[in-house]
Design a binder for this molecule. Structure first.
Ligand code: PMT
Length: 402
């Protein structure tokens, strides 16, 4: 079967005795028609040769950040964008430490730092290096950033010791890559929409009502969906965030009315996630001119249309999966469940927004997913980066939609 046609794998090999096993993973990928480019770190060249890799992969091997010939043909940014997936096998304790620090001192670490693709790591090292607290702390950090770690496994080591630290079996690593890439292909045909950020409701041309939403949670969700192959539209209220994934269709809006129109235009989709903190009210009659100073001022507000409600009750164009968010400061479970049914969502993702270290304008969150289908139990995703929370939500979306 040639199932990985059109799939592009960037294979990074670090220095270690198990580097030779990576050749088998490359062989399996090539057998399934994946396109492969390889980066060898300086020490990897002590264990495998560029010639052996090119012969197997029939793809280019890169090794030096400052190689001008390569940079003119494909610079490090283009190389990281080119890939559908990046695998580092084996990865050493040293490279794990470098990545956890955001270092970019060689081609491998620079490409990884510049990447917005899924990165898999297959560690291999001595058992004591693996068990060392610093290695475990560094890995925890990388997992929190969304890296997927395969292995290591327990066994006899080249150094004569026995324990955990052996690189996983090449076939197992290949299967993990294969599963990810084939799900990505299935998801390609699936359209997803995400709303994010605050809205601004104008009082006059220079004054408005808004809220503390930064857009971070919604942008991370859009990035995770796109990384998994979903055809993703992100409708964003005012936010300073930048999106570097050119595959995401970004639509910028300011007001709730504009967000509603953009959402209507983007339908139909298969999945819709409403993470935006849409203003519940707008100004009854917006002043065309700047309001002059006066003794007192009364502003009348009128209700904005609930975008989530509109979409989830749209008979002909209701997405298969409608996911709302609930921002709560008290009675989280009770209020979230009320929103789940009153807004006719399939899932509602509740977050406590009373704490400073999570929720609005933070890189972190802690959420509980409530499902309409009573067969599914509520699930708590513990306190972690919004990027990781998003990965875990998209894991569940992928499982449900496929
Ligand atoms: O943007 P960040 O700084 O990263 O913060 C993330 C977040 C805290 C804003 C996000 O995680 C979140 O909780 N978003 C929902 C905020 C909200 O408005 O919650 P709500 O409980 O008031 O609304 C319930 C649901 O209805 C939400 O899915 C909301 O998008 C939707 N809604 C509300 C009003 C409206 N007019 N239209 C809507 O679609």
């Amino acid at each position: 079967m040639k199932n990985l046609s059109n799939k592009k794998v960037l294979f990074i090999i670090c220095g270690g005795i198990s580097a030779y096993k990576s050749l088998e993973i490359i062989r399996l990928l090539k057998k399934n028609n994946a396109e492969i480019k390889t980066i060898l770190t300086k020490s990897a060249k002590e264990f495998v040769t560029p010639l052996s890799i090119t012969s197997l992969s029939q793809g280019k091997v890169y090794d030096d950040l400052f190689n001008l010939e390569n940079e003119t043909e494909m610079d490090h940014i283009t190389l990281s964008r080119w890939a559908d997936l990046i695998i580092v096998a084996p990865i050493t304790a040293n490279t794990i430490a470098k990545l956890s620090q955001g270092s970019s001192e060689d081609l491998a670490s620079t490409v990884i730092l510049a990447s917005n693709k899924q990165i898999f790591l297959a560690p291999a090292m001595n058992v004591r290096m693996w068990e060392h607290q610093s290695t475990q702390d560094n890995l925890k950090k990388l997992k929190n950033y969304g890296y997927k770690v395969i292995g290591p496994v327990i066994g006899d080591m080249a150094c004569g010791e026995y324990g955990e630290g052996k690189m996983s079996n090449p076939t197992d690593i290949y299967h993990e890559i294969y599963n990810f890439l084939s799900k990505q292909t299935k998801n390609r045909k699936i359209k997803a929409l995400v709303t994010a950020g605050p809205t601004k409701e104008f009082i006059d041309p220079v004054r408005y009502i808004t809220n503390k939403s930064s857009g971070k949670q919604g942008y991370e969700l859009a990035k995770s969906l796109s990384k998994r192959g979903f055809e993703t539209t992100l409708i964003s209220g005012p936010s300073n965030l930048k999106i570097i994934d050119e595959k995401i269709n970004l639509i910028k809006v300011e007001t709730a009315d504009e967000m509603l129109k953009a959402t209507q235009k983007s339908l139909p989709t298969d999945v819709a996630i409403f993470s935006a903190a849409v203003a519940d009210f707008k100004i009854d009659r917006q002043n065309q001119d700047k309001i002059k100073k006066q003794q007192d001022l009364t502003i009348k507000l009128e209700k904005n249309i609930d975008i989530l409600n509109y979409v989830s009750n749209h008979n002909s164009m209701r997405p298969k999966l409608v996911i709302g968010f609930a921002a709560e400061t008290n009675d989280l479970i009770k209020n979230a469940k009320i929103k789940l049914s009153s807004k006719n969502c399939d899932w509602i993702i509740a977050n406590d927004v009373s704490k400073k270290d999570r929720g609005f304008d933070s890189d972190y969150n802690e959420v509980t997913i409530f499902y309409k289908d009573s067969k599914n139990k509520d699930e708590k995703l513990s306190f972690k980066k919004k990027s990781k929370i998003s990965e875990e939500i998209v894991d569940r979306i992928t499982a449900q939609i496929n």
